[in-house]
Ligand binder design. Structure first.
Ligand code: 6R9
Length: 658
């Protein structure tokens, strides 16, 4: 069955996965879901009919949902599609920040809490829509005062503090284009991105807390600021109160620039297709790609998916436990929840600091009802054991989410059982920086299979094709999207040719996701990982994710990364890197047991030729294992740019292991 085909998970999972058991959401949840209500409104009787009608008439679907937002001037066409160039809601006049803030302060939501922010040290701040509106307007006025206007780029290099969404919204309000650089990246990464976008203003912080330590961000970034010729001003937020040097004429304190600003600021009237932000994402080779998103379609896409996938209601407390420096945070911490007028939790620090129950404590404290996190986080908590969530009352939760990489069935079951109290359905959402919004995802009315992202969102036509672009009926292939969607990226900044070449030229008219997937007999999608994470061992296509899932299903294993090592005979042989759970020690016997385990689970072909034990695997801040780095080490190549790694020290450890 699907992705787990052959991956025979031991213990109580075995029976469950092999009988292909479905996990339907409870009748109550289904009946009262936003999507059900929406279907009733249009006389749609079930999921199949919903998908069918939406595919037949996508303009109808998107037109209906777009009307829930406020347009300064109505759009003429829902979609103009000249592949690979789309215009959504063309000629419409719109501003996403106006819809996220001004619209709510004119309603009863004015005094509703928009963000409950908790610092790593335990400080708490709450901002209502009215508070947020005032602060955003002050910053927007300040930026205008510094000469920032429509289309100008602003780099934002901030950690998870409230000034981050405030700065983003302030840019959006005046039509400036923000480019957020993840605060965990090194200054070199900031430098490259700020220069590519030719930013006029940058916003950063004195320092911030991570695992109890202060990270001096301003001091770090000072090393590269003189090499950004376009930069005129740097605004610095006071947060960790660590000493900084302010350069006269360039550097300004945030609190000083907003002090005398008005709390009202008219929104710039934007065209639907005007750029909202650039977000850089790493390509497999070469320089990072500047993914460009726009005001109109992006807003409609993310608003609709949050409402229909995560079923957000006014009384919910939403927590997307990602970092805003990643697309998940842009879409589902900042813009979509505010468009919906929701209350969100935002947390500054590490999820397991000072103790492994920090996340569960936050859920209990604020009564979080919908939680969205990543498989890597779940696996980390599995490693700590269920005693930590058991200390807390998690019964406020009604829905869970997963994003970022394939979730191993083992982790899915743990999440469902120990966090979701065997009740909460898990929305395993597949999407990308480029797609802006969820594209292949369950809905609260669909039955789930652990490890599958279920089916494409209404109107989205996804498929798995072979090298010639023909649909693959059995086995894996390239995951492609054959229809446009409103939150799609419009281009790569400064690189329109790469937009066409990298994504649209292999199979004309189809968006190439770069992922490998398969579709099972029920039409459910199983994402197997990135194309470049697929191994070819003696002519067999083996997904790294599949071998990793088998390794992680072994009791002692916390996390596993698998890469291919060139082999003159087999093409590639499988090299694995393992972190063990607490209480287990590396030994030759353990190596042997792991090889045997994979042999039994998948077959001899997938049994790793080498097993290496390490304390930590190199990961990006969004929790993706950087197989590229491991692979380079295994092959003895240069590891290349590692400025986006969360834990560069893990790379040195690989040297000893290899
Ligand atoms: C949102 C985000 C995109 C890549 C994507 C795929 C992987 C994301 C997934 C998933 C399996 C899921 N991915 N969600 N794989 N199941 N539910 O992560 O964007 O940082 O651009 O990464 O992440 O490989 O191609 P981004």
């Amino acid at each position: 069955m699907g992705f787990t085909g052959g991956v025979n998970i031991s213990s109580d999972l075995d029976a469950l996965l092999h009988e292909n058991r479905l996990f339907p959401p409870s009748a109550d949840l289904m009946e009262n879901s936003n999507i059900q209500e929406w279907m009733k409104r249009y006389g749609i009787k079930d999921y199949d009919e919903l998908l069918q009608r939406a595919l037949e008439d996508p303009d109808w679907f998107w037109d209906e949902v777009a009307r829930e937002l406020e347009w300064f001037q109505p759009y003429q066409d829902v979609l103009k599609w000249d592949p690979p160039h789309a215009e959504w809601f063309s000629r419409g006049k719109f501003n996403i920040a106006y819809n996220a803030l001004d619209r709510h302060v004119q309603s009863w939501r004015k005094n509703k809490v928009a963000y409950i922010w908790e610092g790593e040290l335990g400080q708490v701040k709450k901002l209502t829509y009215h508070d947020l509106y005032g602060k955003v307007n002050q910053m927007a006025n300040a930026l205008r005062g510094l000469g920032v206007g429509k289309g100008d780029r602003v780099a934002i290099y901030l950690p998870m503090i409230l000034e981050l969404p405030i700065a983003m919204l302030a840019c959006a309000k005046i039509g400036a284009v923000h480019s957020v650089v993840f605060s965990g990246f090194w200054a070199k990464a900031f430098h490259e991105r700020a220069n590519d976008a030719e930013v006029k203003v940058a916003i950063t912080v004195d320092g911030f807390y991570r695992r109890g330590k202060v990270i001096p961000l301003k001091e770090n970034v000072d090393q590269v600021l003189d090499d950004i010729p376009s930069l005129e001003k740097l605004i610095v937020v006071r947060h960790a109160e660590c000493p900084v040097e302010m350069k006269a004429g360039r550097d300004l304190w945030w609190d000083e620039v907003i002090r005398d600003q008005e709390r009202e600021c008219p929104a710039e009237v934007m065209d639907s297709e005007d750029p909202l932000f650039i977000l850089y994402t790493s390509g497999t080779t070469g320089k990072p790609k500047g993914v460009v998103h726009v005001h109109g379609g992006y807003a409609v896409g993310i608003y609709t998916t949050l409402k229909m996938v995560f079923d957000l209601k006014d009384e919910d407390i939403w927590w997307c436990a990602a970092d805003i420096g990643w697309i998940t945070g842009h879409s589902y911490i900042v813009y979509a929840p505010l468009l919906m007028g929701a209350t969100s939790v935002m947390y500054e620090g590490a999820p397991d600091y000072p103790e492994p129950d920090r996340m569960w404590q936050i859920i209990e404290e604020y009564g979080v009802s919908v939680l969205y996190t990543a498989p890597t986080t779940i696996r980390m908590f599995m490693k700590h054991g269920e005693k930590w969530p058991q200390k807390h009352d998690l019964t406020s939760l009604r829905l869970l989410g997963s994003v970022g990489e394939p979730i191993n069935p083992e982790a899915w079951i743990w999440y469902h059982k120990h966090i979701g109290n065997r009740q909460c359905p898990i929305m395993d959402t597949w999407w990308q920086t480029e797609t802006g919004m969820h594209l292949i995802t369950p809905l609260p009315i669909t039955s789930l299979k652990p490890g599958s992202t279920v089916k494409p969102f209404p109107t989205v036509e996804a498929d798995v094709v072979d090298d010639e672009g023909r649909s693959v009926k059995e086995g894996g292939g390239h995951l492609v999207i054959k229809s446009p969607w409103p939150a799609m990226f419009r281009t790569l900044y400064h690189d329109p040719e790469r937009y066409v070449d990298a994504y649209w030229s292999k199979f004309p008219g189809m968006y190439l996701s770069g992922d490998v997937a398969r579709i099972d007999e029920d039409g459910y999608f199983w994402i197997q990982g990135r194309e470049d994470d697929v191994l070819n061992v003696a002519g067999h296509r083996i997904s790294t994710a599949e071998v990793e899932s088998a390794l992680v299903s072994y009791d002692a294993v916390a996390e596993a990364a698998v890469v291919g090592k060139p082999d003159p005979v087999k093409g590639e042989e499988i090299c694995s890197f393992i972190t063990l759970k607490e209480g287990f020690k590396p030994s030759p016997k353990m190596k042997h047991l792991l090889r045997e385990h994979v042999r039994k689970e998948i077959g001899p072909i997938a049994s790793p030729a080498c097993v290496n034990f390490v304390n930590d695997l190199p990961k990006t801040r969004s929790g993706k294992i950087m197989r590229r780095v491991i692979k380079a080490k295994v092959k003895g190549d240069d590891v290349g740019d590692i400025s986006t790694l969360a834990n560069p020290e893990a790379v040195d450890e690989l040297d000893n292991a290899v």
